[in-house]
Ligand binder design. Structure first.
Ligand code: ADP
Ligand code: MG
Ligand code: MG
Length: 906
């Protein structure tokens, strides 16, 4: 075997004294590791430990287990020694054992996606030592029980894979509870726990054929490799896919001394947020449990209690508990451990100021001592994101640029989603109430299993609680409803991250998975029944409740104004109708970058006139049909121009292949034949004639205007007449006419001539003129290559990156659905190039085209009007390449404005 000589540092220590890393090293140490190091450095109490770098994860994929152990052996042994010294205990010792946790941690947080093992280092001897040392037998056996279970699940592959599988350990515990007539894990006594450990080990032997490993070092290496493996687990892969996280980042592994929240009434564990992750309110909040460990709080097994008194009272109100019941059974941490609460409050304050962002923290109290186990920038809803950034700016915690950079452009989308119509809401019947875990309005049909979320077009996923396996279904469902779990339950956290409406912990619901029924107060709701969720109040409503467009907050307006202050590139909208144009204006679009004229021909009578034009055998016949279209088109343009109040409007001449307009079904063909008083055969012949083998590369774009100049004439006339009519009304319009799909200068010139002649004619008839420009889309690669010659004639360019991508890659947009998903899965492409502009290839055409164009016309106006215009990373690319504007769909205008500002700041 070749020996591997490691020249790089693979292991970084953290803790009070010995901290190697800091918060800037998240690529190498993962977010969790970098922040543990940082907290150690600034004096926050974190249990000592070390981080194995993300680079090792990547190496592990090639080296395999054995060689990775060789690679790490010395460094890990040293680091364990260092923990032993700090903790005054020894790993693998029978009388004074050091227990550790092995935790995953990628660059960006992927909550619950990868695996963690707690209490590692226990075996049949060590558990006795631990019991003796702590004088707490129950605690020792509880820890051992948890360890064997977690190790079995995570390392030995005994995790249930689908909904029909039961977790063998949970099943075993359930049976024991029934036998003993108890309900909670905390009610197990020492005997029960000892019994469970023995049973768990038996189960492991039966399933795997191997004994549970008693050697702590074997346990440790097994757990480290399992964390590396979990990077490629199904859940993690899917999470990466929907969040655009590259698979080559890898995860770090954090090995850390255990601190115990399960040592009795003086111990606890919990999670907390420096601000409200749902609404953004500046209120410290969170949940905790006495005598509990690790995931107990989020797992929904016991009802978690609130950390603050204020939060506790609010929670009790929603849970319909009296103040007496609350104070007795569910008191806040503030009441139970006031000193520790104050300490925790101090740390959360310190961390928020230090990180200059809202923090999501994990803590554990071991026998009266507080430890912080994790901090990270908290996931939040779009509304909370905006409020927190603006509040922090006003509080003087961050500056304007930091506020803008704190925002995730795509999450603004959530703020534009519909909310319930207040009147409809008043009439709706409230079925029950849960916790307002993630705001929004959702209406859909009930499904009970995550993998059936696609059963209906709009579904509401109803579960006792959710787990990381449910991620895909949660993403598909319109809303999520759980019967158990609090504001920090898996469902709540994930839903907020997705910006999805969620009501959690609705205790009044009884769910029967087998029968697929949910019962509330004797009422049954079945799979497929419609319900609505109000994620802002926690109300569950019967049936479909109508929605309306949301009112945008003052904070939103402030963020937009701030964006415009820093952005240098303008944002326009793609809009074809006055309605879209008005929406675009209300979202702050500074013009229309693409008005597609073909959409104007599909409605009502227009399609008939259009078909008549297409079916005409003679130029004369065509002109006659076009004359019928002229007034309609003119009034469309008037509407558009008027809605844009003097902001520029780029009108693209007819673009799609003509066959899209003719009927392909016999019945409609017959109808058309009757309408036009021609034979069915004639219609059929024409349809056949228009058939193309490759319509995307066929008779479309300027090729239409060149073969049928009458069309360009009519469209130009409509544009000019509309502009002149508005001029009379006192509205100035300077139309920008855009010729599609130009590949040669001659194509451009031929269309330009028709446009200029027609405009001249109209001006003479009106005895008046308007200013106008003629430009082209750059969407055929040849046009980008010859941009300098085209720019000699064109007044402006607009990159049509949908077609440019299609033609640069040679992927037909209409057919790419068959292979692109596989390309993404196999990692052949990192992103769908139709979503995220391909900087490497298509991007070259954009920058080359811009440079060449401006080399012959210095002030050439250049924009981009593909789908990419509303995609943040593509917007950044456009900014970096000096484009004057991007144009995107109206609802993406705010996103593009923010992305443009971020690009300018960075
Ligand atoms: P995730 O990334 O899924 O949040 P974590 O590694 O943070 O996973 O750990 C899962 C749970 O175990 C958390 O509640 C965490 O606080 C707890 N935990 C992890 N390490 C320790 C430790 N050394 N002592 C006590 N609890 C721990
Ligand atoms: Mg965690
Ligand atoms: Mg195009």
């Amino acid at each position: 075997m070749d020996t591997i000589v490691s020249t790089t540092k693979n292991v970084y220590r953290f803790g009070d004294k010995n901290t190697d890393g800091d918060k800037t090293m998240r690529n190498l140490l993962g977010g969790k590791g970098a922040n543990l190091a940082e907290m150690g450095r600034i004096g926050i109490p974190v249990p000592p430990g070390f981080t194995i770098t993300t680079e090792v994860c990547t190496k592990y994929n090639n080296l395999g287990k054995d060689e990775t152990v060789v690679l790490l052996l010395d460094e890990v042994s040293d680091a364990i020694k260092s923990i032993e010294e700090t903790m005054g205990s020894r790993f693998g010792d029978a009388t004074n054992p050091l227990l550790i946790s092995v935790r995953s941690g990628a660059r960006v947080s992927m909550p619950g996606m990868m695996d963690t093992v707690l209490n590692l280092g226990l075996n049949d001897e060590a558990v006795l030592g631990l019991a003796k040392k702590t004088k707490n037998e129950r605690f020792a056996w509880d820890s051992y029980r948890r360890f064997v279970q977690m190790y079995g699940n995570v390392v030995l592959g005994m995790k249930p894979e689908n909904k029909d599988d039961e977790d063998p350990f949970e099943l075993c515990m359930h049976q024991l509870k029934e036998k003993r007539g108890i309900e909670l894990d905390t009610e197990f006594d020492v005997n029960d726990l000892q019994f469970l450990v023995t049973e768990f080990k038996k189960l492991i032997f039966e399933r795997t054929g191997n004994d549970f490993p008693t050697d702590p070092w074997e346990q440790l290496w097994g757990a480290i490799m399992a964390v590396f493996d979990s990077w490629n687990g199904k859940r993690a892969v899917y999470y990466r896919q929907i969040n655009g996280i590259p698979s080559d980042w890898g995860t770090a592994v954090n090995v850390q001394a255990m601190v115990f929240g399960n040592m009795g009434p003086n111990s606890a564990t919990g999670v907390c947020f420096t601000r409200d992750a749902a609404t953004g309110q500046n209120e410290f909040n969170g949940e905790y449990l006495i005598d509990a460990q690790g995931e107990d709080v989020v797992a929904g097994v016991r009802t978690p209690q609130q950390i603050t008194l204020k939060g506790s009272k609010r929670w009790a109100e929603l849970a319909k508990l009296t103040e007496e019941e609350r104070a007795k059974n569910y008191p806040s941490l503030q009441e139970v451990m006031p000193k520790l609460y104050q300490e925790l409050f101090g740390f959360q304050n310190q961390l928020e100021i230090h990180y200059r962002d809202m923090q999501d923290m994990e803590f554990t109290i071991q026998d009266g001592k507080l430890w912080i186990l994790q901090t990270r920038n908290g996931k939040r809803t779009g509304a909370a994101m905006v409020k927190i950034a603006v509040d922090m700016l006003h509080e003087g915690l961050i500056n304007e640029k930091e506020a803008l950079l704190q925002l995730i452009p795509n999450k603004l989308d959530e703020l534009l989603h519909p909310v319930f119509d207040l009147r409809a809401l008043k009439r709706a019947k409230v079925i029950a109430q849960g916790l307002p875990a993630s705001p929004g309005a959702a209406t859909g049909q009930i499904v009970f299993f995550a993998d059936e979320a696609d059963k209906f077009k709009n579904s509401i996923l109803v579960r006792m609680e959710t787990s990381p396996e449910d991620l895909e279904g949660m993403n598909i469902a319109k809303g999520i409803l759980t019967a158990r779990g609090g504001m920090t339950s898996h469902a709540a956290v994930v839903a907020r991250g997705m910006g999805k409406c969620c009501v959690s912990g609705a205790g009044a619901l009884k769910i029967n998975y087998k029968k697929r029924i949910m019962t509330v107060d004797g009422h049954e709701y079945h799979e497929g029944d419609w319900i609505s969720l109000n994620g802002s109040t926690g109300n569950i409503l019967e049936g479909k409740v109508a929605t309306m467009v949301p009112l945008l907050s003052d904070e939103f307006a402030e963020v937009m104004a701030l964006s415009d202050k820093y952005a240098t590139m303008k944002v326009r909208a793609n809009a074809d109708t006055p309605k879209d144009a008005k929406t675009a204006r209300s979202f702050g679009a500074l013009g229309i970058g693409l008005a597609r004229t073909e959409h104007m021909f599909f409605e009502g009578d227009r399609i008939k006139a259009m078909r008549e034009m297409i079916l005409a055998d003679t130029v004369k016949g065509r002109i006659l049909a076009l004359q019928a279209l002229l007034p309609m088109q003119r009034s469309d343009f008037e509407g558009l121009f008027e809605a844009m109040q003097g902001h520029p409007v780029t009108v693209r001449l007819l673009d799609p292949p003509l066959h899209e307009f003719v009927p392909h079904q016999l019945a409609t063909q017959k109808e058309l034949a009757e309408d036009l008083h021609i034979s069915l055969g004639a219609v059929k012949n024409k349809v056949a004639e228009l058939h193309e083998f490759n319509p995307m590369l066929g008779h479309r774009g300027c090729r239409l205007g060149i073969t049928y100049p009458e069309i360009t004439e009519m469209q130009t006339r409509a544009i000019m007449e509309a502009a002149l009519n508005l001029k009379e009304k006192g509205i100035t319009v300077s139309p920008e006419i855009m010729i599609p799909l130009v590949g040669t200068l001659e194509e451009f010139e031929s269309q330009e001539a028709v446009i200029r002649q027609t405009a001249q004619k109209v001006f003479e008839e009106y005895e008046d003129t308007v200013e106008f420009t003629i430009g082209t889309m750059i969407e055929v690669p040849r046009a980008a290559l010859l941009a300098d010659t085209i720019a000699e004639k064109a007044d402006f360019f607009s990159f049509g990156t949908n077609d440019l991508t299609q033609m640069a890659f040679g992927y037909s947009r209409d057919d790419a659905g068959k292979f692109l998903p596989i390309y993404l899965e196999k990692g052949i492409l990192k992103d769908d190039p139709f979503e995220v502009l391909d900087r490497e290839g298509v991007g070259q055409l954009v920058s080359l085209g811009t440079k060449k164009g401006r080399s012959s016309k210095k002030n050439l106006k250049v924009g981009l009007c593909g789908e990419h215009g509303g995609e943040p990373s593509s917007v950044e690319f456009c900014h970096d390449n000096g484009l004057d504007y991007v144009s995107c769909s109206p609802f993406r205008v705010p996103i593009a404005r923010l992305a443009a500002a971020q690009a300018a700041i960075q």
